[in-house]
Write a protein that binds this ligand. Structure first.
Ligand SMILES: *Cc1c(COP(=O)(O)O)cnc(C)c1O
Length: 339
């Protein structure tokens, strides 16, 4: 497949809905994609009220098109809005905006087994006002970009750097909200990871600097030699990934034992060395499942299993992708067909 330019090339249209305290949600429409005029005093530029979502529209095995659990994105968007003191977009408006955009730009879904349309709903404070208070006006939009195979040539294991100086989220903060500010705060740690020769950064908790939380934009799973699975529990500082939730469900469907419990970085090192831990992977909408091959820290790095993708990681990845593509039964009703 030719690289469709994910994240650089966008489709022809965008969905727009406006909000103001006086009018509520209004002016929902699909427009030709175009720049948005921004007043220098738009409050998002100063106080960062901005949230987003990430989801995909898939071409199904039977030629149809579907979204994967979009109601979950709609609800998480509401949760994020509440935390950032922004208005909550009703679920029906969220779903309609996404569906209408996919309908308009359906031809942008690349042909082939890995092609999908990545959708980016987002909302920001557009009020022209410098003052520390929740804005009175917001702009909600959805843009889209075509994706091919996220990792060309299949899921390649990544190496991750354990951030020493930076944390992603603290109790009571915005770690569970999908807001741009969380990403801004993670970039320096990600830069450090690259400088250390790693692909990604993994964050520890902000209090003890001991418990594994997640990567900059993906949740973490561990697979043990006894066949059990573990992922850190959602304590408010971890983003509640929809891929995470789906994999927990699929793992249980497959008869695997799963635990949502804290996992310490020193335990990770010891378990990798002893062979108790055999696989680890990160997960999120963009890459779905990415094996973690190596973990690096100042005390030295360690490899998980043989550093390659393991059988449980592959099995879960394949099971999820098969449902997303309509190639396997959908017992949980996760697909929402469009048109
Ligand atoms: C979006 C995101 C994830 C993954 O969520 P999915 O719903 O699975 O795509 C994980 N961590 C962070 C910080 C995120 O922003």
């Amino acid at each position: 497949m030719i690289d469709p330019g994910f994240g650089r090339i966008f489709t022809d249209h965008m969905a727009v809905i406006r909000f103001s305290d006086s009018q509520g949600w209004h002016d929902a429409h699909i427009a030709a994609r175009q720049p948005v005029p921004i007043d220098p005093a738009s409050s998002v530029l100063h106080y960062a009220q901005e949230i987003f979502e990430g989801m995909k529209a898939y071409r199904l095995a039977d030629g149809g098109t579907a979204l994967f659990r979009p109601e979950q994105n709609a609800r998480r968007f509401q949760d994020s809005a509440r935390r950032l003191a922004m208005p909550e977009l009703p679920e029906t408006l969220f779903l309609e905006s996404v569906e209408r955009l996919v309908d308009a730009d359906r031809d942008w879904i690349p042909a082939g087994p890995d092609g999908a349309l990545y959708l980016r709903p987002f909302m920001f404070a557009s009020e022209v006002f410098l003052g520390v208070k929740p804005a009175a006006e917001y702009l909600y939009m959805v843009i889209a970009s075509s994706v091919g195979a996220y990792w060309k040539g299949g899921a390649k294991p990544v190496s991750i750097w354990v951030s020493q100086h930076y944390t992603r989220a603290a109790a009571g903060g915005t770690g569970a909200a999908k807001c741009g500010g969380n990403y801004a705060a993670s970039l320096l740690a990600q830069k450090e990871a690259i400088a250390q020769g790693c692909d990604q950064v993994v964050f520890l908790d902000a209090v003890e600097r001991r418990w594994v939380e997640e990567l900059g934009g993906m949740n973490v799973f561990l697979v043990f030699a006894d066949g059990t699975l573990q992922t850190p529990a959602l304590t408010g500082t971890i983003l509640p990934g929809i891929t995470r939730d789906s994999l927990l469900t699929l793992a249980r469907d497959l008869g695997l034992t799963v635990r949502e419990e804290p996992y310490a970085i020193d335990q990770w090192r010891a378990d990798a060395k002893s062979g108790r831990l055999v696989e680890a992977f990160a997960c999120g909408t963009a890459a779905v499942v990415t094996p973690i091959g190596r973990v690096a820290a100042p005390e030295g790095s360690f490899t998980i299993g043989d550093g390659a993708s393991g059988p449980v990681t592959r099995r879960l990845h394949e099971a999820l992708v098969a449902i997303q593509r309509g190639a396997a039964p959908d017992p949980h009703g996760w697909l929402r067909r469009i048109g």
